[in-house]
Ligand binder design. Structure first.
Ligand code: CAA
Length: 288
């Protein structure tokens, strides 16, 4: 079965980014969010992103208009019934994701493939709430979605080969490089990335260096494009904390203990770029 119409659940940072690369690659996208305000903001950001491609000569004005014409935004989950592939990118919380998947399933075609953009929740566990765990797969994109090449493709215990291949084809046709990884806590990306970020927060808490010093070490010494604390601000400190908790609870190993300063920052509402303050301040910063 060829995927032509993709439903995207959630118009936030990841959802609108995924929708943007898919309409740009020729797919019809049915973008859903419960909130009209979020939906409008997501559509606005997609328009801005595609117009930037026009300004940079990567897309013609006509292609941009066509791509925008393939985007349909809706707050009604029943409107996603036409999709033959659905990617959920709602809040990183099991109950929220389970609720979104349960809401859409009765309206879905029998052959639809469900993908979750979760960054840490078990795909096997999410798949088990559906009637079709063989047609459920992890499709983990990276922020900013239009820029980052990687997509982790994560089969759950019951995911069938056909589903994995359809997910890989979707990622490739949207200009991404799929890398298949098994359904272990944090997959590969966050099992490596989050302990590094967490350790950077420990360095800050223990006054090993200032935030800028810690970031400069990794940028200048290891050629990372961003330091770990800047990156934490981009990802969202709440998201980093949630992922550390998943690692800690899954492995029951103290090496994954979330840094108390990370918890304190989240409790204070300093979540990074999206709240204007994290390890750095962003008076009018891009929310990512
Ligand atoms: N949204 C869309 N596009 C963005 C963007 C954003 N938030 N931030 C930057 N860009 C685009 C810019 O528009 C620019 O594109 P143009 O060709 O149109 O100019 C391009 O990216 C380069 O941007 P800049 O020149 O402003 O800055 P830069 O060269 O320093 O690159 C960066 C910015 C791409 C974000 C780079 O710093 C980088 O790669 N950082 C690391 C990002 C990263 O590691 N992401 C993964 C996070 S982990 C995750 O997402 C998964 C998870 O589960 C937590």
């Amino acid at each position: 079965m060829e995927t032509k119409t993709v439903g995207v659940l959630g118009a936030g940072t990841m959802g609108h980014g995924i929708a943007q690369i898919l309409v740009r690659s020729g797919y019809t996208v049915l973008l859903h969010d419960l909130s009209q305000e979020f939906l409008e903001a997501g559509v606005g950001r997609i328009g801005k992103g595609l117009n930037r491609d026009v300004e940079k000569g990567r897309l013609t004005a006509e292609e941009c208009q066509k791509a925008l014409g393939r985007l349909k935004a809706t707050t009604r989950v029943s409107d996603l019934g036409e999709a033959n592939f659905i990617v959920e990118a709602v809040t990183e919380n099991f109950e929220v994701k389970a609720g979104a998947i349960r809401a859409i399933e009765p309206y879905s075609r029998p052959e639809v493939i469900f993908a979750s953009n979760t960054s840490s929740i078990s795909i096997t566990r999410l798949a088990a709430i559906t009637e079709r765990p063989d047609r459920f797969v992890g499709l983990h994109f990276f922020n900013p979605v239009p820029v980052m090449k990687l997509v982790e493709v994560v089969p759950g215990l019951a995911t069938c080969q056909e589903t994995i291949e359809a997910a890989e084809r979707l990622a490739t046709s949207a200009g991404k490089t799929p890398v298949r990884v098994n359904d272990g806590p944090g997959f590969v990306s966050n099992r490596l990335l989050m302990p590094m970020i967490n350790e950077a927060v420990y360095c800050l808490m223990e006054s090993v260096a200032e935030a800028k010093g810690i970031d400069d070490v990794m940028k200048l010494g290891m050629n990372h494009p961003m330091g770990p604390l800047e990156l934490a601000d981009l990802i969202g400190l709440d998201v980093c904390l949630d992922i550390m908790k998943v690692l800690y609870e899954s492995f029951r190993d103290s090496k994954y203990r979330p840094c108390p300063l990370l918890e304190k920052m989240v409790n204070a509402g300093r979540l990074g770029r999206k709240t204007g303050r994290g390890f750095y301040e962003y008076p009018q910063g891009r929310s990512g």
